[in-house]
Design a protein around this ligand. Structure first.
Ligand code: GLV
Ligand code: MN
Ligand code: MN
Ligand code: MN
Length: 425
């Protein structure tokens, strides 16, 4: 039997996709690094006797079938599924995604040992799943795999998404052995998922907040997911007059960089004036992007999040209005495009309470916590009961090389995940 700790599994992939320029990891979907990780996962799952396949939407499934199941297709219906993703943001941390995948493998090992000793009797099959393009770092739409699976994104739109080099998702998918005609809502795959559980590094300071820390300032190792903040992405394209940096008088310019600069400041002011709102400009692309060139266009990507979907919509409307005024002041124009939008998710309360009861056997103070980060579990929540476990991240920093999980907490995560899965199997 293959038995590995989560820490040894994480150590085995610690060199894959390191970003020498940004620090941390850059593992864009269907790139060399992410492909290496997908192959690593498939090999690890196969070594455990799991039945590995990739579905029409690029999601990997590793099946731990019921012992003695004769009709596997039938016995997989309503299975317990756990997993996460292996792609990363540019210059991301080691844990966002891979921790959930490695923990699922390690939890499987714990459960397989319990089954072998006769201590675990299962009522249903289990699968570990790996979702592609959770971060949307390459094609712009986060949770692309789960959105395709559930039909939350139109496959025609998905196929036409482009990466920074102009490659369409259709071409990249085809180059990776997938049939672009096969993308879209997959009823058969959805009937296989009875419940979905995702373990993830915590991406904020919830566990280390005053409400949960002990006298030494240390929070519990784990939390249970409660809600996911509604969030979306928009692109604001400011267009002006491309021109020569040396010959164009300051008064004669229509410089979209100036509009973008004012926009970034306005975004902060607008979000800061609204309780619980978060708005970010983390990506800016001047075209053509030359030091001695006044840009002809600047694309600015906006990420807005708020617990109330109507407030998110109001904030974006407000920001769009500001963009139009700023553009006009600079002699420029602006176009707004919505790239994705996800409403606030309330995880299934019955499942969340069951998870809490299981987790608290080993981590007594584990709280239910909201998160501002998006996840495939949030997309799947529209279809099946889903739940999440968060592993303590001492600084709360994420989407950064400094993202961190302590070995003991990762281990506690696996023990708790194994207990959660056992109770649901
Ligand atoms: C993904 O991690 C997101 O929340 O943007
Ligand atoms: Mn993630
Ligand atoms: Mn992430
Ligand atoms: Mn995420």
């Amino acid at each position: 039997m293959n038995t590995q700790t989560v820490n040894s599994l994480m150590a085995a992939i610690s060199d894959v996709g390191r970003d020498q320029t940004r620090g941390g990891y850059s593992r864009p979907v269907y790139s060399g690094a992410e492909t290496t990780l997908r192959e690593w996962f498939s090999a690890e799952a196969t070594a455990r006797g799991l039945d590995v396949s990739t579905d029409a939407n690029g999601i990997i499934w590793a099946w731990w079938d019921l012992p003695g199941a004769t009709d596997t297709a039938l016995s997989r219906r309503g299975a317990l599924v756990t997993g996460s993703h292996l792609d990363s943001v540019p210059g991301g941390g080691a844990f966002d995604g891979p921790l959930g995948v490695a923990s699922a493998l390690a939890a499987h090992d714990v459960l397989a040992a319990r089954e072998a000793s006769g201590a675990l009797l299962r009522n249903r099959a289990m699968a570990i799943s790996v979702f592609p393009e959770e971060e949307g770092s390459r094609f712009g739409v986060a949770c692309l795999g789960s959105r395709l699976l559930t039909g939350a994104i139109n496959p025609v739109r998905a196929l036409n998404l482009r990466d920074a080099n102009g490659n369409t998702f259709a071409d990249v998918a085809a180059a990776n052995g997938m049939d672009p005609a096969g993308f879209g809502r997959d009823e058969a795959a959805l009937t296989l998922i009875g419940d979905f559980i995702e373990l993830h590094v915590e991406q904020g300071k919830g566990l280390n907040s005053e409400a949960h820390t002990d006298h030494a300032g240390r929070g519990p190792a784990l939390a249970i997911g409660d809600t996911i903040l509604g969030h979306g992405r928009w692109k604001l394209s400011f267009t002006g007059q491309g021109n020569h940096a040396g010959t164009t008088l300051m008064a004669d310019r229509a410089d979209p960089m100036l509009a973008a600069a004012q926009m970034i400041v306005a975004v902060r002011a607008t979000a800061s004036a609204q309780d619980n709102a978060r708005a970010t400009v983390g990506r800016l692309e001047p075209v053509p992007g030359g030091t001695n060139v006044i840009a002809s266009r600047v694309d600015l990507w906006l990420d807005v999040r708020h617990p109330e979907d109507a407030v998110t919509a109001m904030l974006v409307q407000k920001i769009h209005g500001q963009a139009q005024r700023i553009a006009a002041m600079e002699g420029c124009a602006v176009f707004l495009t919505e790239e994705s939008l996800s409403g606030t998710v309330h995880f299934d309360p019955v499942l969340a309470n069951a998870l809490a009861a299981s987790v608290r056997r080993t981590v007594p103070g584990a709280p239910l916590l909201p998160t501002g980060a998006g996840h495939d579990a949030g997309v799947l929540a529209a279809e099946v009961p889903t739940g999440m476990l968060y592993v303590r991240n001492p600084s709360g920093i994420s989407h950064s090389p400094e993202e961190h999980v302590e070995n003991d907490d990762a281990h506690a995560g696996v023990q708790a995940l194994a207990d959660v899965l056992e109770d649901l199997l």
